[in-house]
Design a binder for this molecule. Sequence first.
Ligand code: ADP
Ligand code: MG
Ligand code: MG
Length: 193
Amino acid sequence: MNAEKLLEQMHGLKSVFDEKEGELTGLDREIGDGDHGVNMKRGFSAVNEKVGSGSTQEILKQTGMTLMSSIGGASGPLYGFSFVKMSEVAKEEINGDNLIELLEVFDRTVAEKGKVEGGEKTMYDVISKSADLLRDKGSLSLEDLQQLAEETKDMIATKGRAAYFKEKSKGTIDPGAQSAVYIIHALGAGVEK
Ligand code: ADP
Ligand code: MG
Ligand code: MG
């Protein structure tokens, strides 16, 4: 994936989150405060408006800065800071090996910033398994990523607002795990290992 394709993918997430706003808000209404759809839509509308052409590094950095400043809520700094950190390892042509590096940085950044581990029913459950998915399957399909999000359904949340729901958080996919499916799918478009 070159810079032009990456920019197209980041801009394209606006229409993805326009379409998925209701789904994400619905999930966040079950185990949160019902704003995750609005948050993601606002964030990527701003990316669509403000991020222009540049190198892959510049595009990822600008995307991160824009997400940090436009998304209120826990997901803004986690996604925003992750894009900034991913920008630091991006090559001008993001191939399979480079994407694995990016996803490993995504994993480490969310783990550190969110103080989160696997199994806590968050976006991290999708992010942390995506590099292995790419390694094992050779590409990042929506079906395989969705399967990772589905696995959060039976988990009990111990981080973020969903943690207040304790046992009752069971039975709902984590909203951030669901938005991470779309973000990682966009990053993986056309990239094969
Ligand atoms: P808020 O909870 O502030 O309203 P959002 O609704 O936009 O923010 O985002 C909620 C999502 O953020 C959750 O579904 C979860 O995936 C993610 N999240 C919250 N806290 C953490 C954390 N400490 N580590 C990783 N992810 C987290
Ligand atoms: Mg919320
Ligand atoms: Mg909120």
